[in-house]
Design a protein around this ligand. Structure first.
Ligand code: F6P
Length: 470
């Protein structure tokens, strides 16, 4: 069973009051949806709108169990504690986290509700996989209600250094909540190391390589695995999609609409301050200003899908980005040529694959990112071995995708040079790099990721049975 804040589908209520389901945004759903479709099982989560009491239903092989949130809980638990406290804190305080006691109260209450919903439908001895920062208290609550369960927790976003994490007024409760799991997964070894250090500093527990030893009342220790399991995508699925004639036709159409002869530079992100969109626009604008690029022969397509639109930091970011795009187009565009095509929409996978196929250069300039699956999707899609990935070293994907042009997005000169290098890269070098990126993404796909996490859970379950029998 899988528990995450969002279900794989969001309930969307139209103006006329009719309701529809559509695919939810974010990396978690991109990764977990194919895994759950393949394996089947229950998925407990919030349907994405306030005050909607939806009955459980089946979506193909997945049994959906909606957990309702009131409007106040959406504000305090989701927009507040999850996305205005934990999110900025765990992304190295790029934006200042806000600490409000009433948000913490809501976070505890909602985590309790998710844990109870999962406990009520789990078979005896079942395996439950809890996902992400919105539900860090669920493992401990679940263990206390259902000690028979084997519990995994995966943190999809970074886990910060102790000096940052320790700002959190409820740091001990959070660490203790996560430690209710048997296996705790992180994106990068550095995240797992940061977590273990916080455990040592805050709780004084011993850690041994990938294990945390939690003292028990009888003097024994419960071993908890805490290590990195870098997440991935359904690579073969993306390639299949890219090979579909309709997707290829759409890619051609995009190219001809943007200008056949132009170099297309692409950015695809949730509109989030962690993604480095401002840095990217600054670098691109300076390249136009310096004359190293021109709108006659390049264009930037920026897809920025709407996200967390009622949180003030996100509103401000949107305003800044839209102002900058407007300036760039005003300063450098002409009737014939547009500097930046800015698209504030979410798109279906088919359209994304067509955009990836059409793009000569993919820009991933995150200031901090757990993994960044867009980088992996781009490589999986490019079966023609063309295209160049410019990738931030602050995205987890840079641990694996070494043949990308790795950049520090804060270093605007370095970013500009990398963009020019990408735009002018000879085809033979593109092919060499892309072949290596694609090999990595094909080998370490999402099925392998989930297998290795679930194997670790199984091993931990087996160890427990042996310990109980002794
Ligand atoms: O993978 C990171 C993640 O934050 C998920 O936890 C989240 O569901 C998704 O991206 C999108 O964010 P949101 O659910 O706030 O729209």
């Amino acid at each position: 069973m899988c528990i995450s804040n969002r279900l794989p589908v969001d309930r969307v209520i139209a103006d006329d009051g009719t309701a529809q389901w559509k695919t939810s945004p974010g990396g978690l759903v991109t990764a977990m949806e194919p895994v759950m479709r393949e394996q089947g099982g229950a998925w407990v989560g919030w349907p994405g709108v306030a005050d909607e009491d939806v009955e459980p239903f089946s979506d193909g092989t997945i049994d959906i169990y909606p957990v309702a949130l009131s409007e106040e809980e959406v504000q305090d638990f989701y927009e507040g504690f999850s996305n205005d406290t934990i999110w900025p804190l765990y992304h190295d305080v790029i934006a200042p986290p806000a600490y409000h006691r009433e948000w913490w109260v809501a976070y505890q209450r909602v985590n309790q509700r998710f844990a109870e919903a999962a406990a009520a439908i789990s078979a005896n001895g079942a395996t439950v996989w809890v996902h992400d920062y919105q539900l860090q208290l669920v493992p401990r609550i679940l263990r206390s209600i259902r000690p028979d369960l084997t519990i995994g927790y995966f943190n999809h976003i970074p886990f910060p250094a102790y000096g940052i994490f320790s700002q959190l007024p409820w740091r001990k409760q959070i660490i203790n909540g996560v430690l209710g799991a048997d296996v705790i997964g992180f994106q990068r070894p550095a995240d797992a190391g940061n977590f273990q250090r916080s455990v040592r500093r805050l709780l004084g527990y011993e850690t041994k390589s990938a294990r945390v030893l939690e003292p028990q009342s009888d003097g024994s220790f419960r071993p908890i695995v805490a290590k990195s399991f870098p997440i991935s995508i359904d690579s073969a699925g993306f390639e299949r999609l890219a090979r579909q004639p309709e997707v290829q036709a759409r890619a051609k159409e995009i190219r001809s609409q943007l200008g056949e002869e132009k170099t297309i530079i692409l950015g695809v992100d949730r509109l989030d301050y962690t993604k480095g969109i401002r840095h990217r626009l600054k670098a691109y604008g300076e390249l136009l200003e310096d004359g190293r690029l021109s709108v006659e022969n390049t264009t930037l397509v920026q897809v920025a899908s709407p996200s967390r639109e009622r949180v003030e930091t996100y509103r401000q970011l949107r305003d800044e980005i839209e102002l900058t795009v407007g300036r760039l187009n005003g300063d450098f565009g002409s009737i014939a040529d547009t500097a930046v095509h800015y698209l504030h929409h979410g798109y279906p996978r088919e359209e994304m694959a067509a955009l990836y196929l059409a793009a000569d250069v993919m820009l991933v300039t995150a200031l901090r990112d757990g993994m960044n699956l867009v980088a992996k999707e781009y490589a999986a899609t490019r079966f023609d071995r063309r295209g160049v990935l410019v990738l931030s070293e602050f995205a987890g994907a840079s641990d694996e995708l070494k043949q990308a042009l790795l950049i520090n997005p804060h270093d605007i000169e370095g970013l500009k040079d990398a963009i020019v290098q990408a735009v002018t890269m000879p085809v033979s070098e593109q092919e060499k790099r892309m072949r290596s990126l694609r090999r990595r993404v094909a080998e370490y796909d999402v099925a392998r990721w989930s297998r290795s996490f679930l194997n670790a859970l199984e091993e931990s379950h087996a160890r427990r049975l042996v310990a109980e029998a002794a």
